[in-house]
Design a protein around this ligand. Structure first.
Ligand code: BGC
Length: 401
């Protein structure tokens, strides 16, 4: 039996990549919400952080004429499907519920195609965070680093103490996630935008970009020997259990700490990557509603409406580690990191410091993103020195764009 024949008339089939402990806990909030409305859930999980594998499965399903009802999507991928005409029109539910008034412009830019809502924003994540084990830092006399020099000093201290300084999973998307923050810290907001949004050759090939690669090499020198291929949540576990001091990762990592019963400020610390305190590199998970032939189905409309409801936005994001996709949700139920995330997002949006994450498909289309991944990961694995990486980056982006 194919999964399509297993879906009852009033079920939703949801394709997503939320398979870690923290992600699954958050997904349950959504499942239960729908089940409470009598809508069944057919789960279509595709493991693989960042969603690359999920997007490959999606392409195959759509090509076979068997698109799932709802699909987790990011940034430019959503726009691509929308422009292909594959997504249902959610304008009726959006108008009824006033989405235009409460969803920030930065998200609308990826949720609407030609004036039509085609996906339902679930959250806002951001990638320029660092996660730290508090007792490891305390035991080694390390204060939260606010500059690159402080950070590298902390790495040296941990290394000397026999602790893995940085927990990292060697997968291209994870290296790119680290690169988001490192590049922002060196290039600054204007340079980040010039390089990854405008794809400006001079910035991609600049000395500052070389410095960003040099910093990536320092990070590479501070990960353990078994980093290659490790899943991101296993890297988070190394920080949770005190094997490692820091992880540079999006705030989905917080979901893992919470799922392990850890408390921010007591067991773990969250802070912006040194040198990016005012900036937020964001990505937003959304559920694209695939056109099932005819108008949007009742189940799709119910799912979209459940996702955008203020109570769901709070309940889900408290567990997921992200912050709400609406500007009118109270921060009362969020922990210290969540409250900071909401404050940082609003401040960054107001001061022109909010930028789409390159690593998570919100700066440039997938072809460019993948070209950058290849160079960043090859450099991380020692195939290129920093100077070569810069040249390769310029070439790869100019071919891909
Ligand atoms: C998604 C998150 C997810 C993370 C790791 C990101 O691209 O936005 O929701 O938790 O990948 O799987």
């Amino acid at each position: 039996m194919t999964s399509a024949t297993m879906v009852a008339a009033d079920d939703v089939e949801v394709l997503h990549w939320w398979t870690s402990g923290g992600e699954a806990a958050a997904l349950n909030v959504l499942k239960q919400d729908l089940e409470g409305q009598g809508i069944g859930w057919t789960d279509m999980p595709v493991a693989g952080g960042g969603g690359e594998q999920a997007m490959t499965v999606l392409r195959a399903r759509v090509t076979a004429g068997n698109a799932p009802t709802a699909v987790q999507g990011l940034g430019f991928d959503i726009l691509d499907w929308g422009k292909e005409g594959a997504l249902a029109d959610l304008n009726e539910v959006a108008a009824k519920e006033g989405w235009d008034e409460v969803v920030p412009d930065a998200l609308k830019a990826f949720a609407k195609v030609d004036g039509k809502w085609v996906s339902a924003p679930v959250n806002v994540h951001s990638t320029n965070w660092v996660w730290a084990n508090k007792s490891v830092l305390d035991a080694n006399g390390i204060a939260v680093p606010t500059s690159w020099e402080d950070f590298t000093a902390a790495l040296e201290t941990l290394k000397a103490a026999g602790i893995t300084p940085i927990a990292h999973g060697g997968q291209a998307w994870q290296e790119a996630t680290v690169f988001d923050a490192v590049a922002m810290s060196v290039l600054g907001p204007d340079g980040y935008k010039a390089a990854f949004v405008d794809l400006d050759e001079a910035t991609l090939g600049s000395d500052a970009m070389k410095e960003a690669f040099d910093r990536m090499a320092v990070i590479r020198a501070n990960v353990d020997d078994n980093f290659s291929g490790r899943d991101w949540n296993l890297a988070t576990a190394m920080v949770i259990n005190g094997e490692a001091g820091f992880q540079m990762m999006g705030d989905w990592a917080k979901g893992e700490f919470l799922n392990a019963g850890k408390v921010p400020g007591e067991d773990f610390l969250c802070f912006r990557f040194p040198g990016t305190a005012d900036q937020v590199t964001f990505n937003a998970d959304q559920f694209m509603m695939f056109d099932q032939g005819g108008p949007v189905s009742a189940e799709q409309a119910a799912l979209a409406s459940a996702i955008l409801s203020p109570s769901f936005q709070s309940a889900f994001n408290v567990v997921k580690g992200s912050v709400p996709a609406r500007t009118d949700v109270s921060d009362a139920d969020f922990d210290a990191c969540g409250k900071q995330g909401m404050k940082d997002l609003a401040a960054a949006a107001a001061s022109g410091n909010l930028f789409g994450s390159m690593a998570h498909g919100h700066a440039a289309p997938a072809s460019v993103k993948n070209a950058i991944y290849d160079v960043v990961t090859a450099h991380f694995n020692g195939e290129f020195d920093s100077e070569t990486a810069v040249d390769e980056l310029v070439d790869a982006v100019s071919i891909a764009k």
